[in-house]
Design a protein around this ligand. Structure first.
Ligand SMILES: [Zn+2]
Length: 310
């Protein structure tokens, strides 16, 4: 029987996906090439202040990609710039800005989650910012070798760090997180954390641990957080999640029981929700004011996929 490959990748519907970048993975070890591209007149720089990308302009003209001259004028650490890739031929780099109380007029450091919710930038631009934010954050936290403690040096255009003392190579990491909807016929299991906006419920989620498959992690997390046993698991879609550097792996899971025993450390509430109620939460028409995450979030897409499969 042929394997049913999807024609449309569900992951493309999530925020921070659809990257336009050609990362030149086979050429970015060439330091001379990277240096030459970094000073081209059309080289673009994404600037990250603490964990926030810096935008210039107003309204539809807002951009997060700046010329090298502007990057230098804003005191960007150009010696720490990382090569993101080519966007339709334009070389893009990311560089950290020193923490600033205030930026000059016309520039604003913006929360990336807020930008995704507001839809100020298109999806391709958001995916570039996600890569920039994760990579700049990784470099900021990995100045010293985890093997011997010596100061490390940026290499391969910013896609690794080298230790000159013990020759260890360190590569940017991505942490896999499972996010899943347990379903029992016409009901699904949603939880809320205390930090969520009032009334919002979402899929359960947790980090994959060493030695686990994705499916094992889904079953363990649902059992730990809700006490519900789970059988079969199906992968649905993934989403880069740059807070700071996760990959969300979205799944549907088959519940084998209905009694909830909630982990009150992780969750404030956990409940079964009918398909009709879930649809109202997605559409923001729930009579009790319950809501689900915004469309850019993979939790929204998982819930939507299940609701629409009716
Ligand atoms: Zn070392």
């Amino acid at each position: 029987m042929p394997i049913p490959f999807p024609d449309d990748e569900p992951s493309r519907l999530t925020g921070f996906s659809n990257s336009p970048l050609d990362r030149l993975g086979d050429r970015r070890a060439d330091a001379e090439l990277i240096a030459a591209m970094s000073v081209l007149p059309d080289a673009g720089y994404v600037l990250i202040e603490r964990d926030r990308p810096v935008l210039a302009g107003v309204g539809d003209g807002r951009t997060a990609v700046h010329g090298r001259g502007i990057a230098a004028a804003l005191s960007a650490r150009l010696d720490q710039a990382v090569f993101l890739g080519l966007d339709d031929g334009q070389p893009l780099f990311a560089a950290p800005l020193p923490p600033a109380e205030a930026l000059p007029d016309g520039f604003e450091a913006c929360d990336l989650r807020g930008l995704a919710v507001d839809g100020v930038l298109d999806g391709r631009a958001l995916s570039v910012l996600a890569a920039a934010k994760s990579l700049v954050d990784w470099h900021a936290r990995h100045g010293f070798c985890a093997n011997c403690g010596a100061a490390t040096r940026l290499g391969m255009g910013g896609w690794k760090r080298d230790c000159p003392a013990c020759a260890a190579q360190h590569f940017p990491r991505t942490d896999p997180v499972v996010i899943m909807l347990a379903v029992d016929g016409d009901r699904c299991l949603l939880g809320r954390q205390a930090r969520f906006a009032p009334g919002m419920y979402s899929c359960l989620a947790g980090f994959v641990e060493p030695g686990e498959t994705i499916e094992d992690a889904v079953r363990r997390e649902i059992r730990e957080e809700a006490g519900v046993p789970v059988g079969r698991v199906r992968y649905l879609a993934s989403q880069p999640w740059p807070f700071p550097s996760s990959l969300m792996i979205g799944c549907l899971a088959e519940a084998l029981g209905e009694t909830i025993t909630m982990d009150a450390e992780e969750l404030e509430d956990c409940r079964w929700v009918s398909r009709d109620e879930a649809r109202q939460m997605l559409d923001r028409t729930h009579p009790g004011g319950l809501t689900s995450p915004f469309p850019f979030a993979i939790a929204h897409r998982i819930l939507r996929a299940w609701v629409d499969a009716d």
